[in-house]
Design a binder for this molecule. Sequence first.
Ligand code: GRG
Length: 294
Amino acid sequence: MDDLKQYLTDRAAEVDAALDAFLPKARQRPATVHEAMRYSLFAGGKRLRPVLCLAAAEACGGDPDAALPSACAVELMHTYSLVHDDLPCMDDDDLRRGRPTCHKVYGDGMAVLTGDALLTEAFLVLSESSPTRRYPLAAFVAELAITGGSTKLIGGQVMDLEGEGKDLTKAQLVKIHEAKTAALLTTSIRLGAMSANATDGKLESLSTFGHALGLAFQVIDDILDVTQTTEKLGKTAGKDEAVAKATYPAILGLDKARKEAHRLTKKAMSALEPFGRKAHRLRQIAEYLLERDY
Ligand code: GRG
């Protein structure tokens, strides 16, 4: 595990350096929005999505450097979704990644614009990807656009908003988590694989891996919300969270939610079989995410 921690630290540092070099400087005018973009982006996130992207490129025998534009793009899209999700008109959170949320520091209007700018920047950095024999640049753009769009990230948020205060079934909850969480994790992995010119078969196996891992990640996140104090997590619950949120432990109970996380992680691992040793890091990351619960 120490070896994995070093890997995660090293890959995250590479992504941070690339993001820093790519983004407009904080003093570039209009300075407020550039400062706010950097405030939200460099706030101590785990960089799970970009690291998965780089590890997927490795699993397909590619050069992880070729996946760096994709790795930056998925982190930018993720950060945009967090900035908007925290707004008073959405989850209304005061803390994110252990610090005051973007709108608490810069105001609601500026936070909307900061999220918009981060999302736009995601596509700009993605446009620096090198096409491969199987994947033209347009395939990279379409992959990210579909995941950011109204059937995935935004669609998941819509289902979440419309489900507030209602008793959701497990199937409805899975749909929300597929769209809100699993889609961007899967796309992070797929973009890494595409930058390594992965075959259709490999891309398909990695999509199965990403989907199962994404759902497992969300089940574990829900479990942690119950088992750890919100203080320890470095965040506060949204102001109306007590009324609103359907979670796996709430619907299944803690025990069954844990079993579900194990089942999904096992499914994710099986999808990696065709990759042999090359998927070593992806396997380690999946195990590590499962162990976050204990
Ligand atoms: C488009 C406004 C809008 C929302 C889309 C993705 C999303 C829906 C909302 C973001 C909030 C949220 C709770 C998403 C679920 C996925 C999740 C557990 C995110 C937290 O990801 P981590 O733990 O965060 O990787 P760090 O801070 O480490 O990057």
